[in-house]
Design a protein around this ligand. Sequence first.
Ligand code: GNR
Ligand code: NI
Length: 183
Amino acid sequence: MAKLPIIVAPDPRLKLACKPVARVDAAVRRLMDDMLETMYAAPGIGLAAPQVGIARRVIVVDVARTGQEPRPLRMANPEIVWASDQEASYEEGCLSLPEHYADVVRPEEVRVRYLDHENEIREIAAKGTLATCIQHEMDHLEGVLFVDHISALKRGMILRKLTKSKKAKAAEASETVAAGSAR
Ligand code: GNR
Ligand code: NI
């Protein structure tokens, strides 16, 4: 397995609609396992392939609490086949929007059909954190981030802060390079 770098917004790779996988073969399985390793290391409760620069419809999720047995879910081509009319609001975070959180309203329960790591069609019913997380990951496959569900004012504040910290990091890196070549 390998830990992959996670892309931070704003970045055009987080805005793409991802393509389905033809089938879950060894390469897709490998991607799922690398994504799980990356997610656990972050740490996070979900990860979508576009967050590691792969524009494919693959997500991984594990909402088990720390100390509980891990319960990894590997999903390719996930589809929501039913969503409750009842909605619920959860405070969401995203590894691609580090250190920013906001309340997002979504259907409280969903049924999801997907291909598992053995290319078998499966269906699960999800509610609570699991339902929130799966919907959050599926949004990534359409190039949608949780900030796209909140007010333009809050979204703008978060994205401006991320742009600023990216610029500060880039300046720091170029100063390090300059100091190196002055030596
Ligand atoms: O780790 C994560 N936590 C989280 C919390 C509330 C709602 C959604 C999430 S998913 C997030 C990891 C991530 O960015 N997945 O795309
Ligand atoms: Ni996310």
